[in-house]
Design a protein around this ligand. Structure first.
Ligand code: NAD
Length: 360
């Protein structure tokens, strides 16, 4: 076994149906007196309900101004990854945030500890990774101060999640697990969690999408999302997350759907170069009826979730593929298989057409 470093991150997790009822006690437990609630009403000093995807700098300024105006000493972020992203940008100082946002000046604000209450499967609540979009460019960074201090997982809050959001959001979580399995800075504990995350999500998501009233399936999927977010927090991501970031940023594609479409194709790209990770994905899918090949199995899962399967479906023009392949091939990050322009172009073509990955 190779040597490794595993850092357990310090967040408190409260999990279970009805866990939301503990929100006031959990706010007290953090020593907070006046919290700004991001995205939904409650027992609070103020509300900020303008959270949108990709954390635009203008909205960050407005959220920080709202926190200042109500004298908040903390925040409660309730929603999907977009809302939780706003909780994170209130937890870091203006200088750090300004650097991430390309030198922008932001309202000074004492860093506000965040309590996160996720209502999708994005896993963002377990990671210290946050981003800001300024002048059309999203920059992400990792800062431990951005990690929510407490997370309440209550599957009852996901009863209203539409199937078309739930499926891709769950595939986004699976993507965190997949990239954790072959990350260069992965470790055996993270791999255990990643395999279990894929197993739990692949088994429960089809039931969540088929029947939103299935409380047990929602709880299982949310547990998988927690595992997935915890894995993402531990590792440096590779081709899959980098390619999604590139396409999402340049062509304004929806986040979770882009992950859903690309994942089987990236798995196929990396398949021969990461045999241990692939064996774990196959094992995680073994309790389902999906194909035993990891790339095809994940494609079949996305299809069963009635999620989009082709980049064309989510608005990427065919004319963008060459440029996207050029940009992807210029990546300087580590990936199990080196970045090869021609193979990446083929990957993008297959993902654009929504082809089922070949079984070779
Ligand atoms: P989202 O937060 O944008 O939510 C998608 C839609 O679902 C929104 O319209 C929202 O209002 C709605 N919604 C959410 N919960 C609902 C519920 N319970 N019932 C009904 N509707 C509900 O989508 P997302 O996929 O959760 O998050 C995407 C964002 O999260 C992206 O910006 C991405 O970059 C970020 N993200 C960050 C990390 C990280 O570690 N930093 C990880 C994953 C995703």
């Amino acid at each position: 076994m190779r040597a490794f470093v595993h850092i357990g991150l310090p967040s408190r997790v409260v999990f279970g149906a009805g866990a939301f009822d503990n929100v006031a006690a959990e706010v007290d437990n953090l020593g907070l007196r006046r919290v700004l609630v991001l995205s939904t009403p409650g027992h609070v000093a103020g509300f900020f309900d303008q959270a949108v995807m990709h954390v635009p700098i203008e909205t960050v300024v407005a959220a920080r101004a709202a926190a200042l105006a109500c004298g908040a000493d903390g925040c409660v972020a309730i929603g999907g990854g977009s809302t939780i992203g706003f909780g994170k940008v209130l937890a870091v100082d203006a200088e750090t945030l300004g650097k991430v946002a390309g030198g922008a000046r932001l309202p000074d604000l004492p860093p506000l500890p965040a309590l996160a209450i996720p209502t999708t499967f994005s896993g963002s609540e377990m990671t210290p990774v946050f981003g800001v979009t300024a002048v059309g460019n999203k920059t992400t960074t990792r800062d431990l101060r951005a990690l929510p201090r407490t997370v309440i997982y209550d599957p009852d809050l996901l009863a209203t999640l539409p199937a078309k959001v739930a499926g891709p959001s769950g595939m986004n979580a699976i993507a965190h697990c997949v990239e954790a399995l072959y990350a260069r800075d992965g470790d055996p504990i993270t791999s255990l969690m990643a395999e279990e995350g894929i197993r739990t999500l692949a088994a429960s998501l089809p039931r969540v999408v088929a029947d939103a009233s299935n409380r047990e399936a929602r709880a299982e999927a949310l547990y998988g999302a927690w595992l997935a977010g915890s894995c993402l927090a531990m590792v440096t991501t590779a081709l899959h997350h980098k390619l999604c970031h590139l396409l999402g940023g340049r062509y304004n594609l929806p986040h979770a759907e882009t992950h859903t479409i690309l994942l089987p194709h990236v798995v196929r790209y990396n398949r021969a170069a990461a045999p241990e990770a692939m064996a774990r994905i196959t094992r995680a899918l073994a309790s389902t009826d999906f194909d035993a090949d990891p790339a095809r199995g994940l494609y079949d899962l996305a299809e069963a979730l009635r999620a989009p399967l082709a980049l064309e479906e989510i608005g990427l023009p065919a004319s963008a593929l060459d440029e996207a392949a050029d940009a992807a091939a210029k990546g300087t990050y580590w990936n199990p298989r080196p970045l090869d322009r021609r193979a990446l172009r083929q990957l993008l073509q297959d993902a654009w057409e929504g082809k089922r990955p070949a079984g070779d």
